[in-house]
Design a protein. Sequence first.
Length: 143
Amino acid sequence: MAQQTSVEIRTLTGSSLAVGSSGPRTVTIDRSKESGGLGLGFNGGELLLLAIGGCYSNDLYREAAKQGIKIHDVQIQVQADWGGDPVRAQNVPFSAAVNADPGEKEIIDLIRHTDSVAEIPNSLRMRTEVKLIQPKAIASGRQ
């Protein structure tokens, strides 16, 4: 059975500044100052790249535990070019540096294996459908 995850984003009234939440955890979301926001939080593109890197980092620890590998620390870097019509992330390379107990070959094998099973990168690679459902307009009467 598939596991479902849900998040909610709510803006502060009169502002693009928002709080995203999932259960008890929150993150601040905003547009950059150059785009008309307050610049107080991550923008959507940054959150996408953090999702890729964060998922991959978490999955490294999960897969390492399955193999009996002790990871000391991980560094992930994710980049994207933005372009096209409509604008979207293109050319999204990421790198992983893993400091762990076994030899280099075992660590590289872990890195490559994790790349093949990481959920968020695979969701993007396999072009998971994203669709708007139930749009709702609330007319405030403000002009």
